[in-house]
Design a protein. Sequence first.
Length: 417
Amino acid sequence: MKVIAVTLLALLLWVATVVAGALFGWWHGPVAPAGDLQAFMRAAVALVEESNRGNTALLLIEDGQIAAEYYSTGADRIERDTVFATASMSKWITAHAVMALVEQGRLDLDRPVEDYLTRWRLPASGFDHRGVTARRLLSHTAGLTDGLGFGDYRLDEPVPTLEQSLAEPRSSSGQPVSIAVGLDPGTEWQYSGGGYLLLELLVEEVSGERFDAFVTRTILQPLGMTRSGYSDLGAVEHSAKSYDRSGRPATVYRYASKAATGFNTSAGDMATFVLAQLAGDSGPWLSSETRLAMRQPEARIQGFAIWGLGTMLYAPASNGDVVFGHDGANEPALNAAVRINPETKDGIVVLVTGSPALATTIGSQWVFWQAGVPDFLSVPEEVRRVVPALIGGAVVILLLAIVWHRRARRRSAHAVA
């Protein structure tokens, strides 16, 4: 019994150590020395040139200023003002539009969204629709499910209205946007593109404007983001062409939801957006108090804060703040990532076509280089990476336990003799 107890304790301690190491980055170092921006840039560019056959725009901000830039030359002519699709990074822009309405006193984050809606209602369910609020929609805690997101539309296909997409989305489920069975609003995090389609409708109903017009007037124009918007990417001059992960030209799609997936931007414009996040209160832009509120934890997984008000919370900063931003990915192979460290006033912008995960990978490396811990998006990969060590250590512990047990039996047998 003593052998079994000690073995189980050793296994438990080993598993806890390995998993903790994956969560806190004990098993590997950053790709560049701390504070060495040029070394980080070299490592990131090497990864781009090794793995991406499409287009990449990479921009680093240090202490509130653009400090380094890289634009790929392989597929197309990419520059600071080249426009890329951003997929789900669109949700971050949408969150700022929602918060603009809150600042204007026209929207209450904790009031049921159906109090504001006239054009569409959530389908009847066994759950209280009054629990579906803008706060919960922004943080993916409203209990909605729709198979994560919405399908793409070819340029020759008609794009449905908001109401049509809410009622019959092109998604993996094909079911209307609704509260999931067994998922009461406010009880847990469940990523929902449909929630942002509902927020798009909310912005239109409260503002009395088209969603794209409201975003342009309240966010893009005040910040001078002239290369950003919701036009079909195929019709945008000097845009990054679409490629699949093999580097072959791919279809350019349109999206049913501007709020969830339809935002296009350039590295230069996103740098402007990042710098606005780091600035104090100035001009017709969200107050610093509102921007701070957007990165306060609203959703957690296993106790770890992962989402604020439309903002992804990647990792804690050493001053008690958080490294924040948003990612986006979509077919055939596009990826976007923005990370901001408010403690150091540093940031990174990565826009990619031709790879489904390159921007996120570089963004995660940047977070580890900045904060010394993996961001929450990279934790699953960290855990998978240490599985061989986990298994190997467990095997060694079991072998040692077997040897100990046999020696103990022999000693016991000699003692009896």
